[in-house]
Design a protein. Structure first.
Lengths: 225, 56
């Protein structure tokens, strides 16, 4: 399944970037700088969504003691951490020309930074325990407790008076230009498929590393050669 | 619109290309690292298997 996701992600990236830079019109208030949105919004949405999926897998692993769900959780963490970093990075590069500051201690920015630290904490905690099953359980607990942060990020723009703008895309509709929407959704889908592809590839490696003594592994075609 | 105008992004070039540049760099590095990890684990398994053949 990895090639399917990889190729559709690559094609959608090209289409999405084309729409974002050549089709979508210049913004009336932000001029060209708003084009950062096409990578900033997908990265932010997925950094939160991947965290929930990761915490879900971690919880399954903790409750039903299934090894594969815990492996899936550890495969998702690095991708989520990179997207959280990307969200903060592109946010800083967007904040500088628009707000005049790279960083402000705004509710949304701070909670997204906490999300990045939760990902890093999950990876570090998992790596610091030698027994993989104990590492799974300890980091699962961290992931589950940390998931309260995701709704905080999402609702931060409503609960507090923030510099970050409120949601533009709502369930009741949006004020965005059609081409801008198309560009953003295409990029969102592209990053989504990319995240699936790279996590599946990573979980394969984790399975092989952790099950290296199993009989079925030594019978694989790739291993036999 | 010519290419020079396109790349200057009305004065926001550094901000925009800085965002997309880092994005592409991150995706590229992540892909390379995961593929490298796959190569390593397969190599390791191959060695382990060959070692067993020698013993038995």
């Amino acid at each position: 399944m990895v090639p399917w996701f990889s190729w559709s992600a690559a094609i959608l990236f090209v289409v999405g970037l084309y729409v974002s830079f050549f089709v979508a019109p210049t913004d009336s208030q932000q001029s060209e700088a708003y084009r950062i949105m096409f990578i900033h919004v997908p990265a932010s949405i997925l950094s939160m969504f991947i965290y929930l999926v990761m915490a879900g897998y971690a919880a399954l692993g903790l409750i039903f003691n299934t090894r594969l769900s815990s492996m899936m959780a550890s495969a998702l963490a690095p991708t989520g951490a990179l997207l959280a970093f990307l969200s903060l990075w592109t946010g800083a590069l967007w904040g500088k020309p628009m707000w005049g500051a790279w960083w402000v201690w705004d509710a949304r920015l701070t909670s997204e930074l906490i999300l990045l630290f939760l990902y890093l904490g999950f990876i570090a905690l998992h790596a610091s325990i030698d027994d993989p099953r104990r590492a799974d359980r300890a980091s699962a607990l961290l992931a589950i407790i940390g998931s309260v942060n995701v709704p905080i990020i999402y609702f931060s723009v409503q609960w507090w008076n923030t510099l970050h703008q409120g949601a533009t895309v709502k369930f009741t509709g949006t004020s965005m230009h059609v081409a801008m929407q198309q560009g953003m959704y295409t990029m969102l889908l592209a990053v989504w498929l990319y995240a699936i592809a790279v996590s599946l590839l990573r979980v394969r490696c984790i399975i092989l590393e952790r099950e290296c003594k199993a009989q079925w592994v030594s019978e694989l075609v790739e291993v036999r050669r | 619109m010519n290419w020079g105008e396109f790349f200057s992004m009305n004065g926001y070039a550094w901000y925009i290309w800085g965002s997309y540049g880092i994005a592409l760099l991150i995706f590229f590095i992540e892909i390379v690292m995961v593929r490298h990890r796959k190569t390593l684990v397969l190599e390791q398994l191959h060695l382990m298997r060959n070692a067993e053949d020698v013993v038995t």
